[in-house]
Unconditional design. Structure first.
Length: 207
């Protein structure tokens, strides 16, 4: 295909399933721009924790807010999940994501509603998932590496609560998009998961 034409890869899935790692790998493999859309909601959530009203935070969001080193904390993750159920917040962030997705040269976006809401016409759609206990263990190890000694049981409870909230929300519930490749990483190595995603995208780009 023409390298200057838009080619959108939409990668959705729950927390700690591996979609971020896979998205970055696909981006690098094909030379596509990458956007972790979860950072948009985390940035809004972080500002809400600082006392800013959610919709106002979303409407005023700029690129510098995505560079906040605190966006990866568990507290911000929970705040992000809570603001993500607010339709006005989602509306405020919609145009930014859609424009990024259709940029010349193509883009990879990962999140929870990319293939279903933001880019339903994406040329490639993947849904990356894994069991809650496996994802909780991955997140727990990440937190441990950062010096956070939260008990595994608490991390699992947070993962399950977030899954329930993301799947049940009225605004863009978490689900696989129609026609998406469902990639369960519960028992896959990172290398195998990335290879499967890259092969899938390569076939669609060649077609």
């Amino acid at each position: 295909m023409d390298a200057t034409q838009p080619f959108t890869v939409a990668i959705d899935g729950p927390a700690a399933a591996g979609k971020g790692t896979i998205s970055r790998a696909v981006s690098e493999q094909f030379g596509l721009a990458h956007l972790d859309t979860g950072l948009l909601y985390r940035a809004v959530g972080a500002q809400v924790l600082d006392g800013v009203e959610p919709v106002a935070a979303a409407r005023a969001l700029d690129q510098t807010a995505l560079e906040n080193p605190l966006l990866r904390t568990a507290e911000v993750a929970q705040a992000a999940s809570k603001v993500a159920v607010i339709q006005e917040v989602r509306d405020a962030l919609f145009d930014f994501q859609r424009a990024f997705a259709r940029r010349a040269g193509g883009a990879v976006l990962d999140g929870r509603d990319i293939g279903t809401v933001i880019c339903p016409q994406a040329e490639a759609k993947l849904f990356v998932t894994a069991s809650a206990p496996v994802r909780a263990e991955r997140r727990w190890k990440e937190l441990q590496a950062r010096g956070d000694d939260s008990p595994y049981e608490d991390v699992l409870a947070d993962v399950e609560a977030r899954d329930a909230r993301d799947s049940a929300r009225a605004a863009a519930p978490l689900r696989a998009a129609e026609g998406a490749l469902v990639l369960d990483t519960s028992e896959l190595t990172i290398k195998a998961a990335v290879a499967a995603a890259v092969d899938y995208v390569a076939v669609l780009r060649a077609g």
